[in-house]
Ligand binder design. Structure first.
Ligand SMILES: [Zn+2]
Ligand SMILES: [Zn+2]
Length: 109
């Protein structure tokens, strides 16, 4: 995560925003869904990348039209287009499947 974006990603406004946005699209990866695949969304991605210039502009950072809920794979693909290294938005959601995994390991055997 970029240093200038830290405060934004830790802000209540962004947490609320990404939570409501994820709910509004059914908590599923929007790109997988278009291909007919059901993948839980992991990351709320900004279509217009956040920069030091727009980080304090809620019409960019908190605008639902600028958001896209993606699974990790689609998110990595999106960022791999423009950068060699994967960049994370820091907009991770905790997907229900990780809970399932830990519950399984408790009762499993
Ligand atoms: Zn996906
Ligand atoms: Zn992203």
């Amino acid at each position: 995560m970029k240093e200038y974006a830290k405060d934004f990603y830790n802000s209540e406004a962004w947490r609320d925003c990404r939570r409501s946005y994820a709910k509004s699209v059914g908590m599923l990866c929007e790109r997988c869904l278009k291909k007919g695949l059901i993948s839980p969304g992991d990351i709320v991605h900004h279509k217009i990348r956040l920069t030091p210039e727009n980080i304090n502009d809620p019409t960019v950072t908190l605008n639902w039209n600028n958001l896209e809920l993606l699974c990790i794979e689609c998110h990595n693909k999106e960022h791999a287009k423009n950068a060699r290294r994967y960049l994370w938005d820091g907009g991770e959601l905790r997907p229900p499947r990780s809970e399932k995994i830990s519950r399984k390991s408790v009762t499993g055997g």
